[in-house]
Design a protein around this ligand. Structure first.
Ligand code: ADP
Ligand code: AMP
Length: 219
């Protein structure tokens, strides 16, 4: 099964992707994570995208399509893919559909995480993650169980905030979402793949709704 998680920055795509990975064994492909890795490794692509990401603009289609294409090529031993933060433009959506049809692996569901804009700033400003394993938390909504210790890897007092998680960058990212990404809602609705979920609900309830959709695939 291959799915796309669609939603604005802070909707909860990464958080829900982790639950899906744990329960369904699919592979999470986050273009944001791949680009941050490229940036941290100091690669040529990393240098090109660094400033763009900091501002909150979209990286060019060619760069992200190449990244996704090579990941798909090198990851065949999984029960499917969770596309998180990709596609973000109609051009990327068409490219993904071509890449997958070559491999005979269709998209089964596009899950739109719907939220109101006013919760996004609070979610983005409160987001932090473990510097060692990358687990994502929220200062108020989803903190570590023991203060300053990562629930997943046990790392102590080693957390970070994303440099683009600020009010200015969020404004730009939201603008890109409405201008370039939200047309994908209509695109996948017409393809009869769209499932819309209320992502204002608490994390576990959002997951339960996603799980119901994914389980229906096996019926
Ligand atoms: P995205 O990947 O869509 O940008 P994240 O999954 O990183 O979003 O979530 C953004 C922030 O909001 C994180 O700090 C996360 O812990 C928190 N969060 C995620 N889902 C919810 C939710 N349903 N309710 C409250 N906070 C949430
Ligand atoms: P994310 O981790 O999904 O919030 O993405 C962080 C940043 O990476 C975005 O603000 C963009 O600058 C860039 N990015 C991630 N995915 C894409 C994509 N599919 N297309 C273009 N830019 C992307």
């Amino acid at each position: 099964m291959n799915i796309i998680l669609l939603g604005p920055p802070g909707a909860g795509k990464g958080t829900q992707a982790k639950f899906i990975v744990d329960n369904f064994g699919m592979l999470q492909l986050s273009t944001g994570d791949m680009l941050r890795e490229a940036k941290n490794s100091g690669s040529e692509i990393g240098k090109v995208v660094s400033e763009v990401m900091q501002r909150g603009d979209l990286v060019t289609d060619d760069i992200v399509i190449d990244l996704i294409s090579s990941k798909i090529d090198t990851s065949s031993n999984h029960t499917g893919f969770i596309f998180d933060g990709f596609p973000r433009t109609l051009n990327q959506a068409d490219a993904l559909s071509k890449l997958l049809s070559i491999k005979n692996k269709p998209i089964n569901y596009v899950i739109e995480l719907r939220v109101n804009d006013d919760v996004l700033i609070e979610r983005i400003i409160g987001r932090y993650s473990c510097n060692k394993c990358g687990e994502v938390y929220h200062e108020k909504n989803n903190p570590t169980k023991i203060p300053l210790i990562c629930d997943v890897c046990g790392e102590k007092d080693n957390f970070m905030k994303r440099p683009d998680d600020n009010e200015n960058s969020l404004k730009t990212r939201l603008m890109s979402y409405y201008k370039d990404t939200s047309p994908l809602i209509g695109y996948y609705h017409v393809k009869k793949l769209l499932k819309t979920i209320n992502a204002l609900d608490e994390i576990n309830n959002v997951y339960r709704n996603i799980e119901t959709i994914l389980k229906s695939w096996y019926l």
